[in-house]
Design a protein around this ligand. Structure first.
Ligand SMILES: Cc1ncc(COP(=O)(O)O)c(C=O)c1O
Length: 308
C-alpha cells in the first residue's frame, strides 16, 4: 500500500482547524463503541486542465446522509454546506494533486450507554494525498476469508458505519498474515460479497458479473459508475450472486472502490485468474473510469465537481 501524506487543515466542531488539533475525547462513543459513519471521497488532479475534480461528491453526500438516517444519527449539514466546507478545506490545504477526503459523522456524546440518540453528533473532515491504495500494476493476490460478511440484521451493510469496519480489519489482518493482499468475504449463504473495502467484479466469456446490492455489500459508488461505463461500451452485466468456485474460474476479476479505484486480481486462493495479468475488459473499464474521474470523458462530466 502506498504511503500518504496528511494535509495540514481539517474540520471539526463546526470549524476549520489544524489537523493535529482535530481531536476528540477518549470518553466519546465514537471511540468507546465505534458509533459513527463515514465517507471516502476522491479528488483527481487534471494536469492538462490544471484543475482538481471531486468525483461524485453529491452521491457521496447522499450515501453519508443515508448512513446517518439508518443509524438514527443527527447530520446537521446539508449538501450545500458539505460542499462549501470541502471546497474551503481544499483551498486552505492548497491541494493540487490526487486527494482522498474522509468525512466522518461521529458520536461525540460522552454518556456511558451505547445508543445512537444522544446529543453530540458532529462532522469531522480530514484529507490526505493518495495515489494508489493497492500496489499498482502487479495485480492482487486475494483469498476467500474465513470471516463471513455480516448480515444486515446484525450490522447495517448499507451504512458505512465506523465500528463495522472491525469486521474488515479482522479479515484484512488474517489475509495479510497469510501472505495475501486482500480478503474476499462470503455471506452466510456462501455467496461472494465483497472485499474489506471494495466491491468485486468477475468476467466470464465476455459477461461481467457482480453481486447485487441486496447481497451484503456496500452499494459502491465506483461500482455503480463502472456499471454505467460497461453499459456505455455495450458489455453485458449480470448483477447476480455467484459462488466461490465461479470466482476461481473467471477470465478476469477486479476490485472497485474509491480508494482501490479499479484493481485487477491476479489470483484467488493461489489459483491464477486468466493469465495472471490485468485482462482486456478490466483495462478498458479502468481507463474509462480514469478518464471520467478527471472530467475527460464526454457525457460523464456531471460526475465531476470542479474546484475552480
Ligand atoms: C466495504 C466496502 N465495500 C465497497 C466499497 C466501495 O465503495 P465506493 O466505491 O463507494 O468507495 C467500500 C469503500 O468505501 C467499502 O468500504
Amino acid at each position: 500500500m502506498a504511503t500518504s501524506k496528511n494535509f495540514p487543515f481539517a474540520y471539526i466542531h463546526k470549524k476549520i482547524c489544524k489537523t493535529d488539533d482535530a481531536v476528540i475525547s477518549i470518553q466519546c462513543k465514537a471511540i468507546q463503541y465505534g458509533l459513527g459513519c463515514f465517507s471516502g471521497i476522491r479528488g483527481f488532479w487534471n494536469s492538462n486542465k490544471k484543475n482538481l475534480y471531486i468525483f461524485r461528491l453529491k452521491d457521496h453526500f447522499e450515501r453519508f446522509r443515508e448512513s446517518a438516517k439508518i443509524l438514527g444519527m443527527q447530520l446537521e449539514m446539508d449538501y450545500k454546506k458539505f460542499e462549501k466546507v470541502i471546497m474551503e478545506l481544499l483551498k486552505k490545504n492548497k491541494v493540487k494533486e490526487d486527494v482522498y477526503i474522509r468525512p466522518t459523522l461521529y458520536s461525540g456524546s460522552t454518556q456511558l450507554t451505547p445508543r445512537f440518540d444522544n446529543e453530540g453528533d458532529d462532522v469531522a473532515i480530514y484529507m490526505i494525498s493518495l495515489k494508489e491504495y493497492f500496489k499498482a500494476g502487479e495485480g492482487l493476490n486475494v483469498c476467500v476469508s474465513s470471516w463471513r460478511r455480516f448480515d444486515d440484521d446484525v450490522f447495517s451493510v448499507k451504512a458505512k458505519m465506523t465500528g463495522a469496519y472491525s469486521s474488515s480489519a479482522l479479515a484484512k489482518t488474517e489475509a495479510i498474515k497469510n501472505g495475501f493482499d486482500e480478503p474476499i468475504f462470503l455471506n452466510r449463504d456462501g455467496k461472494v460479497c465483497e472485499a474489506s473495502g471494495a466491491n468485486i467484479f468477475g468476467i466470464k466469456d465476455g459477461v461481467v458479473w457482480t453481486p447485487p446490492p441486496g447481497s451484503n455489500i456496500l452499494n459502491g459508488i465506483t461500482r455503480r459508475s463502472l456499471l454505467s461505463l460497461f453499459e456505455k461500451i455495450g458489455i453485458p452485466v449480470r448483477e447476480e450472486n455467484f459462488d466461490r468456485s465461479m470466482l476461481y474460474t473467471f477470465d478476469e476479476a477486479f476490485l472497485s472502490g474509491t480508494a482501490a479505484k479499479v484493481a485487477a486480481i491476479r489470483s484467488v486462493d493461489r489459483r491464477i485468474i486468466g493469465n495472471g495479468k490485468e485482462g482486456p475488459l478490466t483495462k478498458k473499464v479502468s481507463d474509462l473510469y480514469s478518464k471520467a474521474a478527471t472530467c475527460e470523458l464526454k457525457g460523464f462530466e456531471k460526475w465531476c465537481t470542479p474546484t475552480k
